[in-house]
Design a protein. Structure first.
Length: 379
């Protein structure tokens, strides 16, 4: 069995194997309930205190989704109530095996389908993850898969800790035959506890695979192998207790330089009121986008992502005079520097929350959406 402990490197507590420390399915439509006050539980002490001291500390921040769903019957693979089970009840079904992997604590951030969260909730989620990372060695976030590609990219852009953050969910609810929910939660904890994604930013883990936040997108509404990273492929696999990592996001090259590794989007520096409204317009043949651009500009929208289309020059220029910032992207995930429309929206939203300078917005898009490994050909 592979065991994970804490190693000390340059004064930082990081996770490493075999070392010692010297110092969706579519979620059912529902009216979102108000977020409950977050409830946290402390790790349950394993029987062997010596083993507890050696195990990495992983906190699960649960938001609901299909993974916490309850089905009508044991074979209701697509008929269920998302966000119904609490994370403590789910975690109990992974014991005692999970207690051999990590010392696990939980935070019940919310219990909704993924579409039930607003940008203000995303802001709170980042702060909850960062608070958990103050005492944990790694964090696992559970969410619905419907907008998981947005959850993961938001956390990747805003969490300022280099510790591992892993987001997971399920395509089948917790209570059906053959569900992927139990394995995904278990494997996400294994991945987080391994420490192998330290400085990767936030990664997405489903179906025994983990993916980079910028690249992952949902490719199927029903199948368990839904998330794909088409151009470059996934980062690696989890096979029982073995984490197999085959590549890394480019930001890992700056791990030893926090100033370069971290993004500019430290949410502790702004309030939720600073987060602007940003929208996406999808282009198609004969699309009449001018009316939508005008209406959104008059409604106070600060940014518009044009996905595969554009308005007339006159209308767009007038909107820019009203303070609207435009970014263009394709309707689909293609090209290594192109962002999926939903992710381009998040990057534009955060950029506009931190600057009024269009040139700075351009610079952040170039830096973050076009990141690549810097290779010295002379070495």
């Amino acid at each position: 069995m592979r065991r994970f402990t804490v190693a000390c490197i340059q004064g930082l507590a990081v996770l490493a194997p075999n070392t010692a420390c010297a110092a969706a399915t579519p979620e059912m439509a529902a009216t979102p309930a108000p977020l409950p006050a977050m409830q946290a539980t402390e790790p349950s002490p394993p029987a062997d205190a010596a083993d507890a001291a050696a195990l990495p500390r992983v906190t699960i921040v649960a938001t609901g989704g299909t993974i916490a769903g309850v089905s009508d019957t044991r074979t209701s693979f697509q008929s269920y109530r998302a966000g119904s089970l609490g994370i403590d009840e789910m975690l109990s079904e992974l014991r005692p095996q999970i207690d051999e992997v990590a010392d696990v604590a939980t935070v019940q951030f919310g219990n909704r389908p993924s579409g039930g969260y607003a940008i203000a909730d995303f802001y709170d989620l980042t702060l909850a993850v960062e608070e958990a990372l103050e005492t944990a060695d790694a964090v696992v976030v559970t969410s619905g898969t419907g907008s998981m590609d947005e959850f993961v990219y938001w956390l990747d852009l805003t969490v300022q800790s280099r510790k591992p953050v892993v987001i997971t969910g399920a395509m089948r609810p917790w209570t059906v035959i053959g569900t992927d929910a139990h394995a995904n939660l278990f494997n996400a904890i294994v991945l987080a506890a391994s420490g192998e994604t330290r400085c990767f930013g936030t990664v997405l883990m489903l179906n025994d695979e983990f993916h980079a936040a910028k690249e992952a997108w949902k490719g199927d509404a029903y199948r368990m192998d839904t998330f794909v990273s088409r151009e470059l492929g996934n980062l690696g696999f989890i096979d029982e207790l073995d984490v197999r990592t085959y590549r890394a996001p480019p930001r890992v090259q700056h791990c030893s330089d926090p100033g370069r590794w971290m993004t500019p989007f430290d949410l502790n520096a702004i309030s939720k009121d600073d987060l602007p409204r940003v929208e996406v317009l999808i282009g198609y043949q004969g699309a009449g986008l001018d009316e939508a651009i005008t209406a959104w500009a008059e409604a106070g929208v600060r940014g518009i992502v044009l996905a595969g289309g554009r308005g007339s020059g006159e209308v767009q220029e007038k909107a820019e005079e009203m303070g609207v910032v435009f970014r263009r992207t394709h309707r689909f995930r293609t090209g290594t520097d192109n962002l999926y429309p939903q992710k381009a929206r998040l990057l534009l939203l955060l950029s506009l929350a931190f600057t009024d300078d269009p040139d700075q917005v351009d610079a952040w898009f170039d830096e973050l959406s076009g990141a690549e490994f810097q290779v010295d050909p002379g070495r």
